[in-house]
Ligand binder design. Sequence first.
Ligand SMILES: Cn1cc(C(=O)NCCN2CCCC2)ccc1=O
Length: 117
Amino acid sequence: KDEGDKDKKKKRKHTAACREILRKLQAHEMATWFLFPVDPKVVPNYRKVIKKPIDFSTIENRLKKGRYKTAEGFMNEILMVFDNCRLFNEDDSPIGRAGHALRSYFDERWAELVRDN
Ligand SMILES: Cn1cc(C(=O)NCCN2CCCC2)ccc1=O
């Protein structure tokens, strides 16, 4: 069991925990607008305002490809989904409220993951 094997095992462990959290986020009733990339044809000025567009399907693909070295790398991209939402939408709007609700839900799931590891 050399260092490399231990690191690989640790990475598999946090990847599984992150995939579980992502599955819960994707299943949340407020997740609709965050599941797939915002369509520039449907939301013309989105790409102008949001420099790092990111969505749950993109994060899922990166997770499956083992792109995140640490769980924090995964967390940073999830938080980017919610930061983009706050930048582009009024807090008092359907998508703005959905983003805040989903962010709170994520914070709870993340706290559980940290406690259980
Ligand atoms: C994450 N995000 C998604 C969208 C989006 O998908 N818009 C197209 C669908 N609209 C939603 C309500 C009416 C039509 C817009 C802004 C945003 O921040």
